[in-house]
Design a protein. Sequence first.
Length: 171
Amino acid sequence: MDTKHPNDSRTIMTDIVLPGETNILKNLFGGELLARMDRAASIAAGRHAESITVTAAVNHVAFTQAVPLGSVVTIEAAVSRAFSSSMEVFIDVWIEDRFDGKRSKANEGIYTFVALDASGKPRKVPTLEPETPLEQERFDAALRRKQLSLVLAGKMKPNEATELRALFMDN
């Protein structure tokens, strides 16, 4: 199985916030942003897996800044870690003022996708090799998040979650 770099899957989508996509405060609906994030993440996961992928979980979304009407929204999604048949995709949401060009990070999210074969069964995906410090940080954190999810779901015993235990052990 191949090893890929996160940039191999990186997806960048840019769009503008229109009146029909906003709430009474003239900010982008949260659900509209989630859909855009899901589309970008789906493309990134599909590029990495070179197959059909489906959203398995929305692990985390932080709505830290409103996205006002007329903003230019750029969504950047890249696989942060590949497991057997699943991938974690980290999504950064940036907004840009159309008039002064100032760009700021508005939101972020972490989604999980599963790669499927032609019959709809999970299939193996290429491993991922992070290169930058940010990619390495996200890669390492992905395993901790996966272990936490498995422990909470009762699919892993807490004492088997080695990455989580390492966070709390004295060196």
